[in-house]
Write a protein that binds this ligand. Sequence first.
Ligand code: B4P
Length: 186
Amino acid sequence: MGNTVLLGPPGAGKGTQAERLCAARKLVHLSTGDLLRAAVAAGTDLGVEAKGYMDRGELVPDGLVLRLLDARLAEPGESEGFLLDGFPRNVAQAKALENVLGQGAIEHVVYLQLDDAEILGRLLQRGRPDDKEDVIKNRLSVYRADTEPLVAYYRERELLRPVDGLGTVDEVAGRVLGALAPEDVA
Ligand code: B4P
């Protein structure tokens, strides 16, 4: 299976499903959220700069995110491809990704859908520092404004694979596999 993007609102279960999908397929998991949190924890210059944006529920500026990702994306691997979890987050990042990987390098965009009430409940329960109610609401409005346009962007390119994110982790994982091209499903 080739390069795959996991798209969806904050808290839809991208990180959770990414682990399942990488275990089921030979994909390298690349989560910009995880990379950013690691930079924050390590106290790097980039992490210090990113932290304020994350604490407010805003997107970290594209230049910082791309600096984190560039080297990783350029590394040739033994895997079948990357599973990009939480990246791209806006159209500019999608175009940057095409520049790095080349046109046509994305095979599937799995679009995890979940309603706001369920998202709020899951994130309040998760309880990360950026999981406070006002921050979650800001993340949702940033998602609508900046990230949701990617749904149309990838639908036009016939890459979008919509998946209902409501249900148990196993149920959603089954739907994710079912949404991928039949030849990719064992
Ligand atoms: P991310 O790390 O991408 O996190 P997320 O969108 O909040 O969560 P995700 O969808 O992965 O949900 P999860 O599986 O954890 O982003 C964090 C921040 O980093 C952003 O706000 C932004 O500031 C910054 N950032 C990241 N990428 C960026 C980029 N490209 N550009 C700019 N900024 C960027 O699931 C959520 C919870 O639900 C968990 O507790 C989980 O256990 C639970 N859950 C999952 N599936 C479930 C199910 N089926 N049923 C019940 N609970 C479930």
